[in-house]
Ligand binder design. Structure first.
Ligand SMILES: NC(=O)c1ccc[n+]([C@@H]2O[C@H](COP(=O)([O-])OP(=O)(O)OC[C@H]3O[C@@H](n4cnc5c(N)ncnc54)[C@H](OP(=O)(O)O)[C@@H]3O)[C@@H](O)[C@H]2O)c1
Length: 229
């Protein structure tokens, strides 16, 4: 699939030197600012993250019961919005309880499967959250990327974690570039999310080509790679 059909995908992350990604007591003063500064250099139209990583941004709104009985069509919904950039969550069974349809001026898009309830679809519509279906019971990421390009004109997409969503993009060979801000911390916790957590053991490892390395504030190393094809 050429890039006219789908966005260029840059996986942008801040892991520990041992590839863990959950900031416990890392105490890295410059982490957030360096992460945001580096992200801004890409001029991306959107960022996408997994349902678990999106929880703290979405909120805890109540999903009301539905009055009507008519079944809601499983059709993509584009809510009215003025934003030109997008915050996207992969939420296959509709667990995120959005309080608004905007994160710092970016319009929210939920990526769902058709198995979500009518009640949840009505809730998203009432909140003005756009949604796209990525498949019947499983998400087909290629299809999702094509829709994001066609429906919202997204050309450059930052894939910003966590490990599970990154792993599924890696396994589907949908990452073009990797942008790593390596934090000067050794974490060591077994069983916590890492940069790429791939479910499918048959998924091949991907070789990378180093394209740049820069020292940033607080001993952070910014490494950029292209994924070899
Ligand atoms: N250091 C960093 O740069 C950084 C960046 C981002 C996040 N994080 C950290 O990462 C941690 C979360 O990582 P995580 O790996 O546990 O979760 P995650 O990748 O944020 O979310 C995983 C969930 O998203 C949905 N999902 C993702 N890909 C999918 C696919 N291909 N098909 C269907 N559903 C998909 C599933 O939701 P359901 O469970 O609803 O099915 C899945 O369980 C958090 O602690 C966060 O703070 C760190």
């Amino acid at each position: 699939m050429g890039h006219a059909e789908r966005p260029y995908v840059i996986c942008h992350m801040l892991p520990s030197v041992d590839g863990r990604i959950v900031f416990r007591d890392w105490n890295l003063k410059h982490a957030t600012s360096e992460y945001e500064k580096a992200a801004a250099t890409f001029g991306a139209d959107a960022w996408i993250i997994g349902r678990i990583s999106m929880e703290p941004y979405a909120g805890k709104a109540r999903v009301p019961r539905r009055a009507g009985r008519a079944r809601m069509a499983r059709e993509d919904f584009i809510a009215p919005h003025d934003a030109t950039s997008y915050a996207i969550a992969v939420d296959p069974s509709g667990k995120l309880r959005w309080e608004t349809n905007d994160i710092d001026g970016e319009h929210v898009i939920a990526i769902l499967t058709e198995s979500v309830s009518d009640r949840y679809l009505a809730f998203l519509q009432s909140k003005g959250v756009s949604y796209l279906f990525g498949g019947k019971s499983r998400i087909d990421l290629r299809r999702v990327l094509r829709k994001l390009r066609a429906r919202f004109g997204i050309r450059t997409l930052l894939l910003e974690g966590g490990g599970k969503i990154n792993g599924s993009f890696l396994a589907a060979d949908l990452i073009d570039e990797l942008s790593i801000l390596l934090g000067p911390v050794a974490d060591g916790s077994i069983g916590t999310p890492s940069l790429f957590d791939v479910d499918d053991r048959r998924a091949p490892a991907r070789n990378l080509k180093l394209i740049s390395m820069k020292k940033r504030s607080g001993g952070i190393l910014w490494l950029r790679y292209k994924v070899r094809r």
